[in-house]
Design a protein around this ligand. Sequence first.
Ligand code: HPA
Length: 229
Amino acid sequence: MSTAIIGGTGIGEILRKEGGEAVSVETAFGPFNALRHADGVIVVSRHGAGHKVPPHMVNYRALAAGLSSLGVETCLSTAAVGSVREEIAPGTLAVVTDFIDVSGRNITMFDEEVRHTDFSPGVSEDLVKRFLSAGIERTVVYACTNGPRYETPAEIRALRTLGADVVGMTMASEAVVMREVGIEYGCLAIVTNCAAGVSDKPLAHSEVTDMAQRVSARAVATLLACASP
Ligand code: HPA
């Protein structure tokens, strides 16, 4: 059984720098590039080398098709998120147990055939358990916006009312395509900042990357432990 790790903001670059055998697949949705570590784990940097691909431009379908063609059955990811609730502080690592997709992206592997995929639960329960066993204590519901702009305070209030705990721009799209190709998917949320209005400071991307950097060692160790349980 093959496992993949998708590193998001701050983590993808660290995983990429660990090296590995380059793997390239030409999928029906475009090229897919990854690294294969010595233990067989496939590692992907979601935003590419040098963090150049913005969240709404990530080729999620090529990612799922590429991993599927490599025989990957389990995929663990990280996602930088803003906290929608005061009690969830920046620096927290949390397991995503479900998501609310308000991105408007409608990304699917099934544009050419009628297929309706079950999403209860929203993410793999086995992988949630794996993250909890690895010492992650907090669980969260993730709201996925399109970005690349950050949200307004009113949008964050609305997401809080809807039941979201954290907000980001990638996880739901990834969760959808992974489930559609039959890959078990789990996500470790890295709370990098208070979302708009939760803190009254303007949000800068550097705040997100700095905090992701600060907790990266724990996030990477957790991912690697969960990838080879
Ligand atoms: N909003 C959306 N995406 C994010 C945030 C945020 O506050 N922080 C990190 N990714």
